[in-house]
Design a binder for this molecule. Structure first.
Ligand code: SF4
Length: 394
């Protein structure tokens, strides 16, 4: 399929008119937030939005029902969350969240900073579609499976595999070449000039882009699986400090909890699994954080049923939805119906209160299944007559 229109991904300056009001998406390259930036997002959600910060599957955030777009841009700009008015929608960079703190892999944080700066530095790259995704995986394999258009994957010896269209291209680059190669690939995507929104949509995209880069691929091809489990709970850092991985119910973080998180005065990492990591804590403060924030709803238990559930926007944010899908999903979790041992009879279409499921599951308000994670997952889909539940074994 050939695209005939520019992509319409929202940003801070280009809002999406959702059914419940204007929606803004704020790019957070590498998911890294300084405490003051999180405080600003909380203020924006509270004062200019609906009181919540939505975490996205790219480690970005969204604010719904934005009342004053100009005030939002000013607020975020002053906090360093809108460093460019021309490039804001293309800063889609997911990086291994624990890199540099936990594990023996190369610390890729400087590469993420350099890549973001390199993207901002090129006027031409402002023309990239807002859907193009960059990933920087330090080699642990947590984000390379997220099907980036353009990415690098650490090989452990100062070399990286270049990923194109979600696959290993066979090209290998040094750490010193990595950022320039990623930027060159982004320019190459534009040079292909197809009008497509993703490299995956271009026929022979990997081969054509590799040729444009003037790189000869080797024969080795790595395979990457999508990681479903976010880092949750007590995570000892290599420097003796502690990180805390926290799940967020259905990816919706209240401004009030965000204010508490900002008050910890430690860097916060947003993950592509709609969770977050509070970093650089001592043991005592970490225990206190759990004591305060767990009762408020943050999830520090890796066995929580909330961590197995994702849901699309549904009503009232999406007019296509047959129901308030998030309310139905939440009610099912609270009632213990998402960890049920029994399964529904085939061909039944139960009402919301009769849905029973188990395992990883994605709840959708209609057949589009927006936000469905890749891989094996039970689909719980609202229809005009009730719910359809399709498990991977069906
Ligand atoms: S899956 Fe359907 S109801 Fe849910 S957000 Fe997408 S279009 Fe809307």
């Amino acid at each position: 399929m050939s695209r005939t229109t520019a992509d319409s991904c929202p940003g801070v300056l280009q809002l999406h008119e959702a059914a419940d009001g204007p929606l803004a998406r704020v790019r957070i390259p590498g998911g890294r937030l300084a405490p003051g930036q999180l405080r600003t997002l909380a203020e924006a959600a509270h004062r200019l939005g609906d009181g919540n910060i939505e975490l996205t599957s790219r480690g970005n955030v969204q604010l719904r029902r934005v009342r004053d777009a100009g005030a939002l841009a000013d607020l975020l700009g002053n906090a360093g969350l809108l460093p460019s008015r021309t490039h804001e929608r293309i800063r889609n960079i997911i990086a291994s969240p624990l890199s540099g703190r936990i594990g023996p892999h190369l610390d890729i944080r400087p590469l993420v900073t350099a890549l973001d700066a390199r993207l901002l530095d090129s006027p031409r790259l402002a023309g990239l579609p807002g859907r193009v995704l960059f990933t920087v995986d330090d080699g642990r394999g947590d984000v390379s499976g997220l099907r980036p258009d353009i990415g690098i994957h650490g090989l452990g010896d100062d070399r990286f595999a270049l990923l194109l269209a979600g696959r290993d291209s066979g090209v290998r680059v040094s750490a010193g070449e990595a950022v320039e190669t990623l930027a060159a690939a982004a320019h190459g995507f534009l040079e292909l000039g197809t009008g497509q929104w993703r490299l995956q949509e271009i026929d022979d995209g990997i081969e054509r882009l590799t040729a444009l880069l003037g790189r000869a691929p080797g024969t080795e091809r790595l395979e990457f699986a999508e990681t479903a489990d976010p880092p949750i709970g007590w995570l000892p850092q290599d420097d003796g400090l502690v990180a805390l991985g926290a799940g967020v119910r259905l990816g919706s973080l209240s401004a009030r909890i965000a204010e508490f998180l900002a008050a910890i005065e430690r860097p916060i990492l947003l993950t592509p699994w709609r969770s977050l990591v509070i970093t650089d804590l001592g043991d005592g403060p970490a225990e206190q954080v759990v004591r305060v924030l767990a009762p408020m709803g943050l999830l520090f238990d890796a066995d929580s049923p909330w961590l197995r559930i994702t849901a699309c926007t549904g009503r009232p944010g999406c007019a296509k939805s047959h129901t308030d899908i998030r309310a139905d999903a939440a009610a099912a979790v609270e009632a213990g119906r998402t960890t049920a041992a029994r399964t529904l009879e085939a061909d039944t279409v139960p009402a919301a209160a009769a849905v029973v499921t188990s395992g990883r599951q994605h709840w959708s308000g209609c057949d589009r299944h927006c936000g469905r994670p890749a891989g094996s997952i039970t689909e719980v889909t609202a229809t005009p007559g009730g719910y359809r539940v399709v498990s991977p074994s069906n």
